[in-house]
Design a protein around this ligand. Structure first.
Ligand code: DX5
Ligand code: ZN
Length: 215
């Protein structure tokens, strides 16, 4: 249904050479830039905020895919939408999920919904007719460099099945521990959008790594 998108996660890049890293990812074939915003509440880590994302946007020529791992995406949304192509929120965020998804679209961005490994797929089903992207976390969100959780492929298959049964068109993204092998496993389960942090920015040859994940 969708062409494969590879979205390197800037969480794994050298923050001290951010602009060079953004350009390096694009030269290596990145389709999107995945930006992991963490508030220390929804997840057990604090990463960066809108100013960091705006710095990426300053040099990026590829779309920004912003992953809000924060309690109040509704409150902070206006500070992200101006430079984002896609904004994804967690169904676990204690806010008006449907209203926030609508606000993301109203701001001119595509909207995504995501869920932690321990959250059942059923929790996002009520929202699937109103999203452009479903992000299945394949690690516990909060850190890069973790191991892929193959049992999450059940949710990828469920998302693909729901989409075809209901005639919907959202992208299916996976995020966490994605490399050449787990990218293939994820694509075979139905994912079309692959986030890669350490396997991309940590690769000796980033272009080869991205090509290998594209399949
Ligand atoms: C984790 C983030 C992921 C992570 C991916 O909370 O949402 O995007 O940065 O990093 P890797 O690919 O190294 O697991
Ligand atoms: Zn992410």
């Amino acid at each position: 249904m969708h062409s494969v998108v590879i979205a390197p996660s800037a969480l794994a890049c050298d923050f001290g050479r951010l602009h060079e890293e953004v350009r390096r990812a694009e030269a290596a074939g990145a389709d999107w830039h995945h930006l992991d915003v963490m508030d220390g509440h929804l997840v057990d880590n604090i990463s960066f905020g809108p100013a960091f994302c705006a710095a990426v946007a300053k040099v990026a020529t590829k779309p920004l895919d912003v992953h809000l791992m924060i309690d109040r995406p509704d409150h902070y949304l206006p500070r992200f939408t101006k430079f984002s192509a896609n904004v994804t929120i967690h169904v676990e965020s204690p806010c008006d999920i449907a209203g926030t998804l609508a606000a993301i679209r109203a701001a001119g961005c595509t909207c995504g919904i995501t869920l932690k490994p321990g959250t059942p797929f059923a929790s996002i089903e009520p929202h699937l007719a109103e999203v452009d992207l479903v992000l299945v976390m394949t690690v516990e969100p909060g850190f890069g460099g973790q191991s892929f959780m193959p049992e999450m492929m059940e949710k990828v298959r469920a998302a693909a099945d729901h989409r075809s049964r209901h005639g919907l068109g959202y992208r299916i993204e996976v995020d966490g521990g994605i490399n050449t092998d787990t990218a293939r496993i994820s694509r075979e389960a139905g994912a079309d959008t692959l986030v890669a942090g350490n396997s991309a920015f940590g690769a000796p040859d980033m272009a080869a790594a991205i090509r290998s994940m594209r399949g």
